[in-house]
Design a protein. Structure first.
Length: 498
């Protein structure tokens, strides 16, 4: 996965480096003249850039749409007790697919895993959309996760190989920008489709849209340099990722059935998960060693605590406050916008000396936003408080997630940036899997699994009597976020604290 990071190059070690650098500079000047200014939307890169942005936008739209449609789907399939599993199955499968995609890209270039990922993503949507029971629906989500994991890594490698170094920051910035519009329109469109045509069409309609970005960027993809293939895939890393994903899946399965017999899959899951995770992440990650290990750990804590709470917000608003699926989904929209604003804030040069403080403040904001949500379980508190809380949490996530990436690159050597970036992605996925799974266990353990099936929207009955189950989820995730704020004191390496 070294191709992900454009700085990972051996040019500086070569005796002919000055001449090669001059040749590269001249070539880039020529390219600028040829493509109308050398921008990512110039003639040379326009189709590829639009295709990449379209793919990321579709993944983002699917994510926001699923949050909106999931409460209706889970109730229709009589699978509320597996509600959290439908989310975490995606991340469990994507964790394995990320490791596979990195090795596949190094071996054969990014095109094969990119197309395989897009195909798997579409197939998973079809399986979920046509499911007749909740376990089939969860299986479809896992197939989607495989596709999503293959695609996201392949896209990063594609950027590293298809664009000159001067354009790569702009392309990577477009990844974040591609989430803004889907976050705004996704809940509204998905809610309207869910209420007017049924939740299945939220899933079944997206595969058709995948054809457009493929058609746009296919000619440009054929010109991409496949690079020098490696001798063989690192099977050890792939097997470690598979073991981690399998172990996480067994733990989640055990958590959904709080019986003594569940101790068997739980023990097997731990036996697979723990030793393999220790080999995938930097040494010292789980004891919060100063510097890079704490950066990697904090990313998983931030991502997992926020998603663990967010996954249950639409379900709470639909079942406890009687909101429509559209209104419940729209309550999360503002968080996506402030996330982008927080990311922009942390990028200001004058704030660079205060990056650790920014991340501490961001984690406190995340904890505050999650802690405000259970107040909406009280009938006298307006439901729009959730939307306000998510504005705060989204801004905090923008500060923490983007700053974490900056710190990781700052603490990584040029030849370590690729593997460390992969560790960051693994930590994100593990945080999502673990904490969404924990949320599901708490929800079921406090009686939330018996939320009755029924219709949503106008005329829905509010107040199912499961406020305690939702409150348990939010209190736990707020506590985890506060733990993350404490972890920010460990971000500076020992040498930097003197």
């Amino acid at each position: 996965m070294t191709a992900i990071d454009p700085r990972d190059t051996d040019v500086a070690d070569s005796p002919a480096a000055p001449a090669e650098a001059e040749d590269t500079a001249n070539a880039e000047h020529i390219a600028e003249a040829e493509d109308g200014g050398g921008s990512v939307l110039g003639r040379r890169y326009r189709a590829l850039t639009l295709g990449i942005v379209s793919v990321v936008s579709l993944i983002a739209f699917e994510a926001s749409a699923v949050n909106t449609a999931m409460p209706v789907a889970a109730r229709a399939l009589d699978g509320i007790e597996l509600y959290a599993y439908a989310f975490s199955a995606y991340f469990t499968a994507s964790l394995f697919a990320m490791a596979l995609s990195g090795e596949w890209c190094d071996r054969r270039g990014p095109l094969a895993p990119l197309f395989a990922g897009i195909a798997a993503f579409g197939a998973g949507l079809v399986v979920s959309g046509s499911a007749q029971d909740m376990w089939t629906f969860v299986g479809g989500r896992a197939v989607q996760g495989i596709g999503g994991g293959l695609v996201i890594v392949a896209l990063y490698v594609l950027v590293g190989r298809a664009y000159p170094q001067r354009l790569q920051p702009a392309v990577l910035a477009s990844f974040s920008a591609a989430w803004v519009l889907p976050v705004i329109v996704g809940p509204l469109v998905a809610g309207t489709v869910t209420e007017q045509a049924g939740w299945r069409w939220v899933f079944l309609s997206i595969p058709v849209l995948i054809l457009l970005p493929l058609a746009v960027m296919l000619p440009a993809l054929r010109k991409v340099d496949r690079g020098e293939p490696s001798q063989a895939m690192n099977r050890r890393r792939i097997l470690l990722a598979l073991a981690v994903a399998s172990g996480a899946g067994l733990l989640q399965y055990a958590g959904q059935d709080l019986a003594w017999i569940s101790l068997i899959p739980a023990a097997a899951g731990l036996a697979l998960l723990v030793p393999c995770v220790l080999r995938l992440l930097p040494p010292g990650t789980f004891r919060a060693a100063r510097g890079l290990p704490s950066v990697v750990l904090l990313r998983g804590v931030a991502a997992g605590s926020f998603l663990g709470a967010e996954s249950f917000v639409p379900l709470m608003l639909v079942t406890e406050r009687g909101l429509s699926a559209t209104a419940a989904g729209l309550s999360l929209t503002g968080g996506g916008l402030t996330w982008a604003l927080g990311s922009y804030t942390q990028s200001r040069p004058r704030l660079e000396p205060h990056r650790e403080r920014l991340m501490a403040g961001g984690m406190v904001m995340i904890a505050l936003s999650i802690g405000l949500v259970p107040l909406a379980l009280v009938d006298s508190v307006p439901a729009w408080l959730v939307a306000v809380a998510w504005l705060i949490g989204g801004y905090g996530m923008g500060l923490v997630i983007s700053s974490g990436s900056v710190l990781l690159l700052k603490l990584s050597g040029p030849k370590e940036a690729g593997s460390n970036s992969a560790s960051l992605q693994v930590s994100d996925a593990l945080g999502n899997i673990t904490l969404v799974g924990l949320s599901g266990v708490l929800f079921v353990g406090f009686g939330g699994g018996s939320v009755a099936a029924g219709h949503v929207g106008e005329g829905a009955t509010a107040g199912t009597g499961h406020a305690g189950a939702f409150a348990a989820v939010y209190v736990a995730m707020a506590a985890v976020a506060l733990l993350g704020a404490v972890l920010t004191t460990r971000l500076r390496p020992v040498a930097a604290t003197a």
